[in-house]
Design a protein around this ligand. Sequence first.
Ligand SMILES: C[S@@+](CC[C@H](N)C(=O)[O-])C[C@H]1O[C@@H](n2cnc3c(N)ncnc32)[C@H](O)[C@@H]1O
Length: 475
Amino acid sequence: MELEGMGVDPFMQHLSDYVEHIVGIKVTNPALEKLRDHLYGTESCFAQPDAWERIFSSPGAVFELAGLLTVNETYFFRESAHFSLLLREFLPIFSTLGRPVRICSAATSIGCEAYSIAMVVDYYNRTAAAPVSGTIEAFDLSQAVIKVAQEGRYNGNAFREDGAQWRAVLDRYVSPSADTFIVDPDLREKVSFYPYNIMDGLPAGAYDLIFFRNAFIYFTPESRIAVLDTLAKALSPGGFLVMGISEIAAVEHPLLANCYKENAFYFQKQAALKVEKIVAPFGTGTKDPPPTPELGQRPKPQYRKIALTIEPERIAELIADDEDLWPMAETILALLRTETPSADMGNTLITAAITLMSREDFSRADAVLSCIERYDTSAYTHFLRGEYFYHNNRFKDAEYYYKASIHEDTAFWPAFYRVSALRAKESKVQYAYHIKQAIESINRGKDRCYEAFIGGFSPDYYQRTLEKQLTKLDE
Ligand SMILES: C[S@@+](CC[C@H](N)C(=O)[O-])C[C@H]1O[C@@H](n2cnc3c(N)ncnc32)[C@H](O)[C@@H]1O
């Protein structure tokens, strides 16, 4: 974009921003130049400044143009440990579910990944007492790679050393044909390929297993947050997400638990994050977070009515106006011993919890918080429970609740801020990633008076602090 001696080319900058917005990926300069040349060839972008925006507003055109923008590198049984994971961990679990499963190879490229999955499923089913039934879907942004995938014809580049241990399985389903290799028609039938942009979202709770590998790295930091959220929500409770080896470190989502088996990292959707908190009985807030439930043993949700009114603006006012909050907190505690709070006491209860915590009276803060938790599962309550653990040096537990808070409200920047602080000892890349997430969340939630929950300093103050940390990391 930066042409020597000419500064930034505004057209290319605009095009880059626009493409990023639509497809989520950071496009390289050579790819952008190809796109620009292509667009100039089809319509006069100078004569009609919005011509290319019109072109991009059709999904079909985006799928056509994606071939100019994306990196489609792939091969059979790439990162082979993931297929051992499928064979030895996921499929035995799926075969106990007693229902068809839905598997997705997202950003599949020319289909080697999806066919490798189909081969392992078929191979497993040949000897399994309870075979796994269901569907395998595969999509990619680029129409061109989807056509190759549907045809199932590959050259030698699709077979590499990594994955060679699966050669015996591969040979069952792929045969030489002239100077290429063709996937067995019966196996081709088992995968349905279609063009799709993951930025358009995925159906909620639809998939038991998603492979989304070696694509995440190309997405911008902002899009990564959205894509991860899409993936987490698209999994069924207890479902599995497999990402590329180089991408694991950047994955952070309150619904996704880190797992490791068969020499591979993967993620499992936590089935009961909300439920665990909602049913926590009075005074049990200090318990360790419960373990992730296994598939097939999901607890029945027992939602309580959420009744408390909580308004950050009002809480900020209460904290600012009240000369001495201490008597108010005392009154609340006395009242809670005998009475059930009413809905309109939400702001007072939260203010009392903040006050008690700021005075380091943690046992009474715990009592108030536990009461709030019986009626409310908002970002505010989760955050305050996180604060409770944070100030008691129980950082793992704190992070668990901060993430729950983030899950409820992606603009609740105090939770992002704390998570970034908890990640300060990690690698530079990870720490920087969390700082950037925190800065983005401040921009989303600047005007919502959330500072009342974290010391009362302005969001700008926290933003400057984070930016300083980022600068230090770059030095
Ligand atoms: C390097 S390939 C990865 C292929 C395969 N998953 C693997 O690990 O071998 C990355 C793929 O992501 C696809 N992609 C990029 N942005 C996408 C988007 N917004 N929606 C769907 N696919 C996308 C690209 O077209 C490309 O084929």
